[in-house]
Design a protein around this ligand. Structure first.
Ligand code: FE2
Length: 396
């Protein structure tokens, strides 16, 4: 029996090398005359912001570059962008960068048509549709260009501004923008895309459309992430990863994520004083999240193992399911990503606190296919600390 479901994404998606040239016409069609380009100094330094200004100018759109976006943006930085958007006389916003720049751009576009600032919108919502917004990712992983969420950090925790109005007017996914990403960023962001696809596939909010996209996204990551990491100029790999990230972003925008993201947030909580790139932080614990969830969804986890390249033919379904986290660990190893919390300065005595931190993300816990208990999370973090799945420990 099929459950009823709804499906949403950006109003329009343009995918492919060279599609960035369409951004002027797209914003013009939305009534833009003066656009704030939200980006960071690295992207600006690579020359992309100025190239986009020329594209906008060809459509008679004035623009100004605001390059103060930073990774894991605070509410304060987001509010500064809102103030800059209002005082600059802009009527539209273009987000250019990774998830941070695009999330800040969403807030700026909300601020152009609504009173107030980010925490007020998180607590009480906002009522007016955003100013015309174009989102142009320069990494392949965050999926923010097709999500209904903008994530910001407070001194205590991460908070999400969530609204169906946060979908942009247009998402322009041009793999050409991702070519200059260094290998480490390719790995960190690409593994985030895979986490979105896997967690969206596990989510109790998954539906047949998100499942189909999640599996295709996993297949593309398995086929192309290693190649994009080894040779950033491999355009087929860049295109494959841009598509994988887009599909995973659409999955996340509908099915959302499970405790994979909550476990990552748990050890980069400000109180722990540990700060790691988003994808990297989530990926360390994801094998253990898959192991925790596998018995709740044996068939789905067997399918993940197969899509990630494991030979499962002839295996009992349960054994196949437990190969999914092993396949994920092989990818971490190939990308030279850390495989245990021990390697990233987490102290053993922090484990009880990390387990409790997961429960501070009630929505992630609610979407998880297996009930989330403090006891279960303690065991999960003990395994993640050592970097050994239960099945690997049995072998010793
Ligand atoms: Fe993520």
């Amino acid at each position: 029996m099929f459950r009823n479901f709804t499906f949403r994404t950006a109003n329009k998606i343009s995918f492919g090398t060279g599609t960035i040239n369409e951004v002027g016409a797209e914003l013009k069609a939305g009534g833009a005359t003066n656009t704030m380009i939200v980006t960071d100094k690295t992207i600006r330094g690579a020359g992309w912001a100025e190239k986009i200004q020329a594209i906008l100018k060809a459509s008679d759109i004035q623009s100004t570059v605001w390059d103060k976006a930073e990774s894991e943006p605070s509410v304060e930085i987001g509010d500064k962008a809102v103030d800059a958007a209002r005082s600059g006389g802009f009527d539209s916003v273009l987000g250019l960068g990774g998830g941070s720049a695009m999330d800040i751009a969403k807030a700026a576009a909300v601020g152009l048509t609504n009173e107030g600032h980010i925490m007020g919108w998180i607590r009480g919502g906002f009522s007016k549709p955003l100013a015309p917004l174009a989102l142009c990712p320069t990494t392949a992983g965050t999926g923010s260009e097709v999500s209904d969420t903008a994530v910001f950090a407070t001194p205590d925790l991460k908070v999400g501004l969530v609204s169906s109005m946060l979908y942009p007017r247009v998402a322009i996914v041009d793999p050409g923008l991702t070519v200059s990403m260094p290998a480490s960023v390719t790995a960190n962001t690409g593994i985030d895309a895979l986490c979105h696809a896997i967690e969206g596939y596990q989510s109790v909010q998954a539906n047949p459309m998100t499942d189909a996209m999640a599996l295709e996204s996993m297949r593309l990551v398995n086929q192309y992430l290693r190649a994009a990491y080894c040779n950033g100029r491999d355009m087929e790999a860049r295109e494959g990863m841009a598509l994988a990230s887009l599909l995973a972003g659409i999955v996340m925008g509908n099915a959302d994520t499970t405790i994979g993201h909550a476990c990552g947030y748990a050890f980069v909580y400000p109180a722990t004083k540990l700060h790691y790139p988003h994808g990297y932080a989530i990926a360390i614990t994801l094998p253990y999240v898959m192991e925790y969830n596998a018995i709740a969804q044996i068939e789905k986890h067997a399918t993940i193992a197969e899509v990630l390249g494991e030979e499962i033919e002839g295996l009992p379904l349960r054994d196949a399911a437990f190969m999914a986290p092993l396949a994920f660990k092989k990818l971490l190893q190939d990308l030279r990503l850390p495989m245990s919390l021990r390697e990233v300065d987490v102290e053993k005595d922090m484990i009880p606190m990390l387990a409790r931190n997961v429960l501070k993300s009630p929505n992630h816990c609610r979407r998880n296919p297996r009930e989330v208990t403090e006891e279960g999370m303690l065991e999960l973090f003990q395994h993640a600390f050592e970097g050994k799945l239960a099945c690997e420990q049995e072998e010793e």
